[in-house]
Design a protein. Sequence first.
Length: 225
Amino acid sequence: MTLEALLATLFPPTVVVEAAGPDDADESQLTREESAWLPPMAPIRRREFTLGRNAARHALRRLGIPAATIGRHPEDRDPVWPAGVVGSISHSHGVAAAACAPADRVLGIGLDLERAGPLGDDLVAEICRPDELAHLRELAPHPVDWPKQLFTIKEAAYKAWFPRTRTPLEFHAMRVSLDPVTRCFSASVQHAATARLGEAPWVLEGRFGWNEEVLVAGAVLHRTD
């Protein structure tokens, strides 16, 4: 399955997703403000930044929003989307994609993609809670790596969570339940910082997938009343 086909499986129809193509490495497509952020970047980072921002603009155009700067938060440097839009950008080793949606339809979205390969034993315990690891061991062998897939899910869920709350989370502060058959997941925040969101119940859920080259996950932040 191609990356484009994988990305199309991750979100509901209200969310637009675009994979960056070779032409999106062209820095001349960046806005003046975005171009001003390039000089301190290493060449690889510079290319991935350009790919991600240009993919984001393609996604915005599909929402009917003309070309605009995708800003950077002054403290954390995560993307700042135009008013009325929520979105997410992800890149890994030369591959990039972006997703966005109207802010009146969902509270937040998160997209993550990672190159295929094992997570690494030194990181597994940092990323996965003991109960999550126990569940992963019960699953049928994954064509890539279950802990790495869980990492993509937590990254996507965090990207949906953080712009709304500005509340950092450790990996163990999020508990993920996943279904390998439907490729769906839900994530709950095990953290006192949920008080920042008030009393309303908040739900992070989404889908994941993979091919021989990449692992992907997409999360949507909902509020249920």
